[in-house]
Design a protein around this ligand. Structure first.
Ligand SMILES: Nc1ncnc2c1ncn2[C@@H]1O[C@H](COP(=O)(O)OP(=O)(O)OP(=O)(O)O)[C@@H](O)[C@H]1O
Length: 349
């Protein structure tokens, strides 16, 4: 079921945790909410879940207005960072809990509950541990049980708040691959919060990048990485260089000499150019932005250059395939040709 968020915001006293945002989560997709601490990810997730009332706007589940419905009425499956399993109940009973608590009229009979719980435990690969208590499980196993428990109510959507946040790095990587497979098998619309860019880019069909209570960009992992829409996204996702300059007549120039590059839709004013290290080529000085090589090192089969662009305070990092050409030497004059870049007005950089 797709979820549409229209003009939904949340204020806590003086703090705008979430400025009014619009967002569509298409049915069956695995979507990441990615951003630094305090950017409003958890607030947005809790608003969608019905754990917090909205200040304004609407939340639609399919064609139904769910804005005023409770968590239970929305039928969302929610998994928290800290497992939140009942410590005195076995794995089996933890998963069965949501089914046993249903109002009598919609409660399945005992045999159906057993069949369903065993099926779910098979799905999360925990069938062999069904009689254990949570204390006797690893962190990753507990999160898989939490996921099975969330799935037991046949949720319309699965909401996961930093589900692997408390696990060590190796288990995190294993579990996120497992979650991708789980999602592909079940096809359930899933939204998960993370501040780990690698996790979001590897796992999600779509990444929603947030900062300071706003959505900065919403797109495929490739799109948000290769075509960042704002200076924040450039900086937050992967490595980027910033070159200060000016746009005149639609062309960006870093200083007096060298070639200008088109600034696209931006016509004039002080500007900052953003480019990723691997989107820059080394050419003759007059054919690009003139610079002097200040450092050369090799790293895992790549050549990393640092170059001082004339008139710039910050050096520019260039990441080249190793065998491409003879390595430039420290002190050499070069030109930097930008394959992919974006120019933003300086005020927003
Ligand atoms: N119950 C609350 N009362 C007051 N302020 C709150 C409350 N919940 C969140 N905030 C504030 O709202 C802002 C957004 O918080 P939120 O938890 O949504 O961010 P987040 O991106 O999920 O961060 P983290 O990754 O650290 O969990 C923060 O400034 C936070 O301090």
């Amino acid at each position: 079921m797709d979820i549409r968020i229209e003009g939904v915001g949340k204020q806590f006293g003086e703090t705008a945790a979430l400025h009014p945002v619009d967002l569509v989560i298409p049915s069956g997709q695995l979507v990441a909410l990615l951003g630094p601490s305090g950017s409003g990810k958890t607030t947005l997730l809790r608003l969608i879940a019905g754990l917090l009332p909205v200040d304004g706007g609407r939340i639609l589940f399919g064609n139904h207005d769910a804005t005023r419905l409770s968590l239970r009425e929305r039928r969302v499956g929610f998994v928290f960072q800290h497992y939140a399993l009942f410590p005195h109940l076995s794995v089996f009973e933890n998963v069965a809990f949501g089914l046993r608590c249903r109002p009598r009229a919609s409660r399945p009979d005992k045999a159906t509950i057993t069949r369903k719980v065993d099926e779910l435990l098979g799905l999360v690969q925990m069938a062999g541990l069904r009689d254990r208590l949570p204390d006797q499980l690893s962190g990753g196993q507990k999160q898989r049980v939490a996921l099975a428990r969330a799935m037991a109510i046949d949720p319309t959507v699965l909401l996961l708040d930093e589900p692997f946040g408390a696990l060590d790095a190796k288990v995190r990587v294993e579990l996120r691959r497992w979650l991708r497979r789980f999602h592909d098998e079940t096809g359930i619309t899933t939204l998960f919060v993370t501040h780990d860019q690698e996790e979001a880019l590897e796992l999600a069909d779509r990444v929603v990048v947030m900062s300071q209570g706003r959505i900065e960009q919403d797109g495929s992992p490739d799109a948000v990485y290769a075509e960042p829409a704002t200076p924040f996204v450039y900086d937050f996702l992967g490595r980027s260089n910033q070159i200060a300059g000016k746009v005149l007549g639609g062309d960006f120039r870093a200083g007096e000499g060298g070639s200008a590059v088109p600034a696209r839709d931006f016509v004039s004013g002080p500007a900052t150019l953003f480019a990723r290290p691997h989107d820059i080529d080394v050419v003759a000085p007059e054919a690009g932005l003139p610079a002097t090589v200040s450092e050369v090192r090799s790293l895992a089969g790549r050549l990393i250059l640092e170059a001082a662009v004339d008139g710039q305070a910050r050096p520019v990092e260039v990441d080249l395939p190793y065998a491409d050409r003879p390595a430039p030497q420290r002190g050499e004059r070069i030109g930097l040709a930008l394959r992919r870049y974006r120019v933003f007005p300086s005020a927003s950089a």
